[in-house]
Design a protein around this ligand. Structure first.
Ligand code: C5P
Length: 306
């Protein structure tokens, strides 16, 4: 029997390391980053539409409010790209069930786009390899290939050239959410402004982090967390420093602004610590919400056929 639709589950991410090089003439920065996919998911349903209506996008979920359901949404653009590239019938119904924070530095929009790519691949039985999907993903945004890949991976170039990292252990994260998002270009721009006149070298992989991941040593991973965009995110949103202080005072292994922020991710030893820090952050009054999630987890994956 022919399938009518698929549901793809796609994870959010934190950056364990984000090294940012100088501004390139194309408006991007060369980065070297280490991503970890975490168990906080958007579910993307892709179905054949009922009539010749083109792409119809709908959103639900705890973080869906205010997200556009039109052609400006990266998920919509992902569908349009696949339809054009593979000459598909342009008649799709896409539903995003969103739980990943929006504009939070956790690749929520990228996850949705990755879900659409993987969903269309499955629905039309295109048989694309992970490599092919990641190449198309890179045309949509720097973080989209990692949303396809999942796990732990190094991202080079714009962050879109993915190499998986073999690692051990699982990691307990507490995510401190902000009431409103930060624009990625604005944070990169602030980073350039803060570094004006400085000689910025090419970004490197963080050896201490790679060693900690190989050993599965969460405490060492916590100590090695680093993000060149953190100062810029804190400059645009000074309250983030208070959030970082609460988590570190509490005894987290490490705390970091995730990507371009404003989500702050704390690494803790176990589930009990995670629960305690959740209570402490909630009581502090400096965060809009707190979520616990473990990592690493899988990338975009079909979890149901309809
Ligand atoms: O690739 P993506 O659309 O996610 O990038 C959004 C913006 O973030 C870019 O327009 C650019 O301003 C900034 N960016 C950057 N260097 C990167 C990735 C993103 O400057 N490596």
């Amino acid at each position: 029997m022919k399938i009518k639709g698929v549901v793809v589950r796609v994870p959010g991410k934190v950056n364990l390391h984000l090294g940012v090089g100088p501004l390139d003439p194309d408006g991007y920065h060369e980065v070297t980053t280490i991503f970890q996919a975490i168990a906080l998911y958007d579910d993307v349903t892709v179905k054949f539409g009922a009539s010749e209506t083109g792409i119809v996008l709908a959103l639900t979920g705890s973080t869906a409010a205010g997200v556009p359901a039109d052609s400006t949404n990266l998920a919509y653009r992902a569908a349009a790209l696949m339809i054009e590239r593979y000459s598909l019938t342009p008649d799709l119904s896409i539903h995003l069930k969103k739980e990943i924070p929006v504009a939070g530095g956790m690749a929520g929009g990228s996850a949705d786009a990755a879900g659409v790519l993987a969903g269309i691949d499955a629905l039309f039985e295109l048989g694309l390899s992970r490599d092919e999907l990641e190449r198309i993903a890179a045309e949509l945004g720097s973080d989209v290939p990692f949303s396809i890949a999942g796990g732990i991976a190094i991202g080079r170039g714009r962050g879109d050239q993915i190499t998986p990292v073999l690692s051990r252990g699982s990691y307990h994260w507490v995510l401190a959410l902000a009431g409103s998002g930060l624009s990625t270009p604005a944070v990169y721009g602030e980073c350039d402004r803060l570094r004006e006149g400085l000689d910025i070298s090419r970004p490197q992989v963080n050896d201490a982090m790679m060693q900690a991941l190989r050993a599965g040593d969460a405490q060492a991973v916590g100590s090695a967390l680093s993000n060149d965009l953190q100062a810029a995110a804190c400059s645009l949103r000074p309250a983030l420093r208070l959030v970082l202080d609460v988590g570190m005072d509490y005894g987290a292994y490490g705390g970091i602004v995730s990507g371009s922020g404003p989500t702050v991710a704390f690494l803790v030893s176990d589930e009990e610590k995670a629960l305690d820090l959740t209570v402490a952050l909630s009581a502090s009054g400096v965060v809009a919400g707190v979520i616990r999630a473990s990592g690493p987890t899988h990338g975009a994956r079909v979890i149901e056929t309809l």
